[in-house]
Write a protein that binds this ligand. Structure first.
Ligand code: TYD
Length: 135
């Protein structure tokens, strides 16, 4: 089984709308050192196509929906993200691709570390090798 978790964020809704909270080290298991987001991707575009050696992330669609394909070197699953108050938690060492972006989709990513290209594995065969050696 590919290891991932769906996390429901605390949501305060009333007739004015909804307010969602995400507290680092409480609602999600790490301290957030970086936030980035993606918008303006066409439906058939495939992003990601990498794994991380150390980085942990929580990912959610603040608006719209998209598909996350997760691969641990043995198995592949597709997780559909379409709720602004539900995040996908993934640890390191998982190959990820994301696609099927809806019109106006905004993908938010909370990351445990600053950007570091050395933490990326961008070649799938290198990932398979790394996954084998590390697990
Ligand atoms: P890329 O890894 O191709 O994005 P995705 O995983 O969505 O396919 O990143 C696009 C560019 O942005 C690339 O030149 C690296 C840069 N980048 C940063 O400078 N900082 C960041 O935090 C991230 C995620 C990317």
């Amino acid at each position: 089984m590919v290891e991932y978790k769906l996390v429901d964020f605390r949501t305060f809704g009333d007739n004015r709308g909804n307010l969602v909270t995400i507290e680092a080290e409480q609602d999600i298991p790490f301290k957030v050192n970086r936030v980035y987001y993606i918008y303006g991707s066409e439906k058939e575009i495939v992003r990601g196509k990498h794994a991380h050696k150390e980085l942990e992330q929580v990912i959610f669609c603040a608006s719209g929906s998209c598909d996350f394909i997760l691969d641990d070197g043995k198995e592949r699953v597709t997780v559909h993200l379409d709720k602004p108050n539900q995040g996908l938690y993934i640890k390191n060492n998982i190959w990820r691709e994301f696609t099927n972006f809806s019109e106006g989709c905004v993908v938010m990513v909370l990351a445990s570390n600053h950007y570091d290209e050395a933490d990326y594995i961008r070649n799938y065969d290198d990932f398979l090798k790394f996954a084998k050696e590390n697990y």
